[in-house]
Design a protein around this ligand. Structure first.
Ligand code: PLP
Length: 442
């Protein structure tokens, strides 16, 4: 099944990008901004929900869709995405047998959660700040099989430090804990969790690690294996700017003790046409040489979104050309600028996102925009604020809701997200608009 010809080999897509913009590695950020299909009248500060697609990505969707429109080809082999997985895996420091192209982060994490070998009484430790895609699937396991779900509430605010977070997790581990699950970056407060330290904690306690990495690819220049997790499920349409309905899933498939010394967890690849009809797959390896291709089991799941998968690969190739370290630096620089302005206009106490500890900073910044503290639990007000920013100023942000330790109420925050297609000028304009509208509504 893997030998089939991919209709859009990776190098062809790369050539097409290079023809369009030969010097992406040295291009000015203003030129790079021109590669995106941005709405000219709008300010897009909501990549935490969905990024903007580059024109080249849209073109790949269109071209590959047309190639398959006649319906005469064998649609199954290209759905294995062999070339694309190889290119994408390389960008993230892993091998193709550890990388799956999924339909989004939600699908990826659901297939992980339901593929774990968990039984009644086993405990999963996670946080109340996880996406519903994570919490609802674990809750289903609780109702279906009687696992125990323990959720800690992450600290919020400007001065939070990584050690506080690690200590909270450590204190909640019990002899029955089997899984540690957490977001690489939380969507509600934009806290970048200390992923490596939490994985090392899990290693010390023999735990399986599941990272919701929806927001990681396309933002951070990461070596997924070096993080030390067993699974990282990611979105393709947020910072990686692939089409909606794309995702990436890293699944540890060999043991590199320097990254994660634990044996590979038992894994049941639900939704797979490759799982054997008789017998079982070979036992999982205990060395750095794979015994089987776990990613193929998961990738092989019927007819796939071939055009969208190819377009996600186009986006990844573009990122490789621009330079992932350079992209990360730019995104963080813009976020630091936004944070400074928010600090100036709204005050440090308004901030839900950590900032004092640089390791916890991300380009997602959540804050309380209004003067009265009790407006933090006025969902109607923050919703109206977000809608007015859109309607009256074409400024796209979002509001988030989350538990705050010690508070009887859920809090609602305004959240902005910076990406490479943003610039200093539009961030300054956006924060100014937000401050003026918040004052008017306060
Ligand atoms: C942290 C986090 N996890 C999961 C998701 C769900 O991602 P997807 O839409 O790719 O399923 C999101 C979406 O915003 C998210 O921010």
């Amino acid at each position: 099944m893997n030998g089939a010809v991919d209709p859009i080999p990776g190098h062809r897509a790369a050539t097409m990008i290079a023809e369009r913009s030969p010097n992406l590695r040295t291009a000015e950020w203003s030129e790079i901004r021109g590669l995106f299909a941005l709405d000219p009248g709008a300010i897009h500060l909501n990549t935490g929900t969905v990024g903007a697609m580059p024109h080249a990505v849209l073109e790949t969707v269109d071209r590959v869709t047309r190639q398959w429109a006649g319906g005469l080809g064998d649609v199954y082999p290209p759905g294995m995405y062999s070339d694309h997985r190889a290119t994408i895996a390389k960008a993230y420091g892993v091998d193709p047998d550890e990388m799956v192209i999924t339909h989004n982060a939600t699908e990826g994490v659901a297939r992980v959660i339901h593929g774990l070998d968990l039984h009644a009484g086993d405990e999963v430790l996670t946080t109340t700040h996880e996406c519903y895609s994570v919490l609802s699937n674990f809750n289903l396991l609780r109702n279906r099989f009687g696992i125990k779900l323990t959720t800690i509430t992450l600290p919020t605010g400007y001065d939070v430090h990584a050690e506080q977070i690690i200590e909270l997790f450590e204190a909640a581990i019990t002899p029955r804990t089997k899984v540690l699950a957490f977001a690489g970056i939380t969507l509600f407060t934009g806290t970048k969790l200390p992923m490596r330290a939490l994985c090392e904690l899990a290693h010390r306690h023999g735990l399986i690690t599941v990272i919701d990495g929806a927001l990681l690819p396309g933002m951070l220049d990461i070596d997924m294996r070096a993080i030390g997790a067993d699974f990282i499920s990611c979105s393709g349409s947020k910072f990686q700017c692939g089409p909606l309905g794309t995702g990436l899933l890293y699944m540890r498939n060999k043991v590199h003790p320097q990254h994660n010394p634990l044996p590979l967890p038992t894994f049941w690849p639900i939704i797979s046409t490759w799982y054997p009809m008789k017998g079982s797959p070979p036992p999982r390896t205990r060395t750095s040489i794979e015994s089987d291709n776990i990613a193929d089991y998961v990738q092989s799941a019927g007819s796939a979104s071939i055009a969208r998968g190819a377009a996600l690969a186009t986006a990844c190739e573009m990122w490789d050309e621009i330079g992932r370290a350079r992209i990360e630096r730019r995104i963080m620089l813009l976020a630091d600028y936004a944070r400074e302005l928010i600090d100036e206009r709204f005050g440090r106490d308004a901030m839900y996102s950590p900032a004092a500890d640089p390791t916890l900073r991300s380009p997602l910044i959540a804050f309380h925009p209004f003067q009265r503290p009790e407006d933090a639990w006025n969902v109607k007000k923050v919703h109206e604020y977000t809608m007015r920013l859109q309607r009256e100023y074409r400024l796209f942000t979002r509001w988030t809701e989350f538990d705050v330790a010690g508070s009887a109420h859920q809090h609602y925050a305004s959240r902005i997200t910076t990406h490479i297609f943003n610039d200093h000028d539009e961030i300054a304009r956006a924060v100014d608009i937000m401050a003026r509208l918040a004052a008017e509504m306060s």
